[in-house]
Design a binder for this molecule. Structure first.
Ligand SMILES: [Zn+2]
Length: 569
C-alpha cells in the first residue's frame, strides 16, 4: 500500500464552470483518486475554490453583496455541484481560509529572508474620488483599436486586443464612474523567479516521464525570449491575504494583498490543514518530508493554462523556501474541450455548464463521455451526436444490456439466486484469459494516467462479457443442458460484480447500483480473474436491477442542441 497525494487545479469562485473545466482537472483527478483507493492505497484528494482577486470583487459588487458573503455562497454552490458529479474530494477548501492566510504570509516572509523577493516601485492608475489604486479590470474606457466604449484596462472584449490602462481613451473608474484618475507611484513585491531559473530547469529536466504538454509549456516559459521573468506578487486590493503583517520583513505595503497566483497554489497545503483541523487528521505527513511525506507520491491535475503556475511559480515558492515541503512528482495536464464547433461561452450562454448538465442526465453519463474523450493529446470537441452515440452504445447497449440480460434470464429460469451445477468449458477459459490480459492492461493505463486509453480498455472488458454471453447463449443451452446454462449464468452474474469494481472510478453510481443488485459489499480488486469470477457462490441471492442506462432519443438530442447553442452574432 502506497500513499498518494492528489490535487486538482482549484476553480475560480466566480460563476459556474463548464464541462471543459470539469474534464480539464477535477474529473480526471477524481478518476485517479477513486482508482488508487480501489487498489487499496491511502489517498488524500484535495481541491478548493480560488477566491481572491479582482473578478470576485467585481462579481460581488454586481450581485450587491459583500465579497466574503458572495464567496461563501458561491463556494457552497460549487461544492454542491461537485458532489453532484460525485467528485470524491477528501476536502474541498477555500483559499480565503485563515490557514491559507497564515501559510501565504509565512512563505512570503521566508522567501524574502532568502533574498528572493524584491520591492519595485511602479506607476499605476489612482482614482482620487475612490481614494484607491485601480487594478486593470477596475478601469474602463474607449478602445483605441476599435472604438468600443466599454473596453477594460487589460483587454478589449470587442476586438480582444490586449491593453494597458494608459492606452484607453477617456478612462473611468468602474467603481464610481469617476474620470478623475491620475498616475501615482505605488510599491509592489516581486518574486525573483529569474534567480530560480537554473534550479527549475534541472528539476524539469529530471522529469522524463511527464507528458510533453507539461514540459514543453514549462520550457517555453523558462527559455523563450529573455527567459523566466520575476513576477509581481502583490496588488492594490482589499480582498486577499494582506501583504503587510506582523513580522513582515518590509514596510509600506498597507492596503495591498498578495496576488492570487501566489496564494492559490499554497491553498493545496492550507486546504489539507483545513481538513486536519476539521477531522483531527495529520496534514504534515502529506506535505512535510521531515514529518512522513518522504514516501508520498504527489500528482497534480490541471488544464494547460495552469501549467506555468505549477511548473515554475509554485515550485519557486516551495524550492525557494529552503524548507522540507513536498514537491510535486507528476503533473498531468490537459488541452481544451471545445463545444460544438466553437468555444464554451458564459456571456453568450453557449455550451453546457455543470449545473445544467446535471439537470439533463445523471452524472455517470457525463463522466463517461468526458473521460472517454478527455483532451489529452490535442483539443477535443463536445458534440451532441457523439455524446448520444457514446451513451447509447457504450453504456446502454454494452454494459447496461449485459447486466439486464443476465439478471432477467436467471430470474426467469433459476430464480434470483446463483444457480447450481455445471462446469466451465473452453469458452469460459478463453474469456478468463482475455479478461486477465485486458484487466492488467487497464491497470497499467490507469497507473500511467492515460485516461482515454483506459476508458477504451474498460469498454473492451465490457464488450468481452457481452460477446461471451451472446456466443454462450445460456437461454438456448438451457433447453438441452440446464446445468451447463447454470454454470454460464453463475459466471456472468459474477462478471456483474467484477464490472462494478473495475468501472467504479468512471461511473460510480452505476457501479453502486450493480453491487447493490448483486447484494454484495465485496469491492476487492481482481488479482486472479478466475478467483474473482467465483466470489459470489452458488445460492447467493441477487435482485434484478432497474435499467442501468437509458438511451438518448433523437428528439431529445435536437432539443438540447438548440437549447445550448447560445446567441450567435
Ligand atoms: Zn477594441
Amino acid at each position: 500500500m502506497a500513499r498518494h497525494l492528489i490535487t486538482s487545479a482549484i476553480p475560480y469562485i466566480n460563476g459556474i464552470k463548464h464541462l471543459g473545466n470539469l474534464v480539464g482537472s477535477q474529473l480526471p483527478a477524481d478518476l485517479y483518486a477513486r482508482y488508487l483507493r480501489a487498489r487499496g492505497h491511502e489517498v488524500m484528494f484535495i481541491c478548493a475554490t480560488d477566491e481572491h482577486g479582482t473578478p470576485a470583487e467585481l462579481a460581488a459588487a454586481k450581485a450587491g453583496k459583500p465579497v466574503d458573503v458572495y464567496c461563501t455562497e458561491m463556494h457552497e454552490v460549487q461544492a454542491e455541484i461537485a458532489a453532484g458529479f460525485r467528485l470524491s474530494f477528501d476536502h474541498f477548501g477555500r483559499s480565503s481560509s485563515a490557514q491559507n492566510r497564515v501559510l501565504t504570509q509565512h512563505f512570503a516572509k521566508v522567501l524574502a529572508e532568502h533574498g528572493l523577493i524584491r520591492e519595485v516601485t511602479e506607476k499605476q492608475m489612482y482614482s482620487v474620488a475612490d481614494g484607491r489604486f485601480l487594478p486593470d479590470r477596475y478601469i474602463e474606457g474607449t478602445c483605441p483599436n476599435c472604438g468600443y466604449t466599454s473596453a477594460r484596462g487589460d483587454q478589449c472584449d470587442n476586438c480582444t486586443k490586449q491593453l494597458d490602462p494608459v492606452d484607453l481613451i477617456n478612462p473611468r473608474s468602474v467603481i464610481s464612474g469617476s474620470t478623475d484618475l491620475e498616475m501615482r507611484e505605488t510599491k509592489h513585491l516581486f518574486l525573483r523567479q529569474s534567480e530560480m531559473k537554473d534550479k527549475l530547469a534541472a528539476w524539469i529536466d529530471s522529469k522524463t516521464d511527464w507528458p510533453v504538454l507539461t514540459t514543453s509549456i514549462a520550457k517555453k516559459w523558462l527559455f523563450d525570449g529573455d527567459g523566466l521573468q520575476d513576477r509581481g506578487i502583490t496588488r492594490d486590493l482589499a480582498w486577499g491575504v494582506p501583504a503587510q503583517f506582523e513580522g513582515a520583513p518590509w514596510q509600506g505595503m498597507e492596503g495591498k494583498v498578495f496576488y492570487v497566483w501566489f496564494d492559490a497554489p499554497i491553498e493545496y497545503i492550507a486546504a489539507t490543514q483545513e481538513w486536519a483541523d476539521k477531522t483531527g487528521g495529520d496534514w504534515a505527513r502529506w506535505w512535510r518530508t521531515d514529518k512522513g511525506a518522504e514516501d508520498v507520491t504527489y500528482t497534480q491535475f490541471m488544464g494547460k493554462d495552469n501549467v506555468p503556475f505549477h511548473t515554475l511559480s509554485f515550485p519557486s515558492t516551495i524550492l525557494g523556501s529552503g524548507e522540507p515541503w513536498k514537491l510535486v512528482d507528476y503533473i498531468k495536464s490537459f488541452n481544451y474541450l471545445n463545444y460544438d464547433g466553437g468555444q464554451f461561452s458564459t456571456s453568450r450562454g453557449r455550451g453546457v455548464f455543470m449545473d445544467q448538465a446535471l439537470g439533463l442526465l445523471p452524472p455517470d453519463y457525463w463522466r463517461w463521455w468526458l473521460l472517454s474523450h478527455a483532451p489529452e493529446s490535442a483539443d477535443a470537441e463536445f458534440t451532441w451526436e457523439n455524446f448520444q452515440v457514446s451513451v447509447n452504445k457504450d453504456l446502454a447497449d454494452v454494459l447496461g444490456n449485459f447486466v439486464s440480460r443476465i439478471t432477467k434470464f436467471c430470474r426467469s429460469k433459476f430464480g434470483e439466486a446463483l444457480p447450481e451445477g455445471g462446469l466451465w468449458g473452453e469458452r469460459e477459459i478463453a474469456l478468463i484469459a482475455e479478461l486477465a490480459t485486458r484487466v492488467r492492461e487497464y491497470e497499467r493505463l490507469m497507473d500511467e494516467k492515460e485516461v482515454r486509453k483506459a476508458a477504451t480498455e474498460l469498454r473492451a472488458i465490457w464488450v468481452a462479457g457481452n460477446e461471451y454471453l451472446q456466443a454462450a447463449a445460456p437461454w438456448t443451452v438451457f433447453k438441452t443442458d440446464p446445468a451447463q446454462a447454470a454454470a454460464q449464468t453463475r459466471l456472468a452474474l459474477n462478471l456483474v460484480r467484477l464490472y462494478a469494481v473495475l468501472s467504479e472510478p468512471f461511473i460510480p453510481d452505476a457501479a453502486a447500483t450493480m453491487l447493490a443488485a448483486m447484494q454484495t459489499e465485496d469491492r476487492s480488486w481482481p488479482g486472479d480473474i478466475r478467483a474473482a469470477l467465483e466470489v459470489l457462490p452458488v445460492g447467493h441471492a441477487f435482485a434484478t436491477p432497474e435499467v442501468l442506462f437509458r438511451k438518448i432519443a433523437d428528439e431529445e438530442r435536437e432539443d438540447w442542441q438548440n437549447r445550448f447553442a447560445g446567441t450567435r452574432d
